[in-house]
Design a protein around this ligand. Structure first.
Ligand SMILES: [Ca+2]
Length: 148
C-alpha cells in the first residue's frame, strides 16, 4: 500500500521537474584543448559556478558533452567567463558521426547566454567555437543542457 502511494507520488512529481533538469550535470565531457591544470572540461558540468573549463588561446576549439544516451534536447545555457565567444555553433548528434547545427551564433555577447532551438533527439552536444571575443581562449563556468 505504501509502495503504491510512493510510486503515484513520483509519477506525479517527475514531469514537473523533468524540464528543468540540467542533462549535462556530471556527464562525460571532452574538449579540443585545456589551457592549464584546474580548468579541465569536466569543471564546466560540475554544477559549481566557481569552477570552469578554459581552452587554449587559439581557434578553432570544441567542447563535447556525452549525455550517456539519446535524450530530447531543446535548450543550452552557457555561463561564460570573460573569455567568451563571438562566433560559435551548438551542434547535435545521436551517433557522433552526423552533426546538425542547432544554433549558429555570430554575435555572442558572453555573460549568461540562453540558446533555445526546436527540440530534437541527441546524445552528443558540441560547442564549436571559431571566433573568440579576446586574445584569451573559450571559458565556461557552466555549460547546461535542457529538454526545453
Ligand atoms: Ca563549474
Amino acid at each position: 500500500m505504501k509502495k503504491v502511494f510512493c510510486l503515484a507520488f513520483l509519477a506525479a512529481a517527475i514531469p514537473v521537474f523533468a524540464a528543468e533538469e540540467n542533462l549535462a550535470l556530471n556527464k562525460a565531457v571532452t574538449a579540443s584543448s585545456t589551457e592549464k591544470a584546474k580548468v579541465e572540461p569536466n569543471l564546466a558540468v560540475d554544477g559549481n559556478p566557481k569552477t570552469r573549463w578554459s581552452s587554449r588561446f587559439d581557434d578553432p576549439q570544441w567542447f563535447l558533452v556525452d549525455l550517456g544516451g539519446v535524450k530530447k534536447v531543446g535548450k543550452v545555457v552557457i555561463l561564460w567567463e570573460k573569455a567568451y565567444a563571438k562566433r560559435y555553433k551548438i551542434q547535435l548528434s545521436t551517433d557522433q558521426k552526423h552533426w546538425k547545427d542547432a544554433v549558429v551564433k555570430n554575435d555572442g555577447k558572453g555573460g549568461k547566454e540562453t540558446l533555445t532551438f526546436p527540440q530534437q533527439e541527441a546524445r552528443y552536444v558540441r560547442f564549436a567555437g571559431d571566433g573568440r571575443a579576446s586574445w584569451n581562449g573559450y571559458s565556461f563556468w557552466e555549460f547546461q543542457i535542457f529538454e526545453k
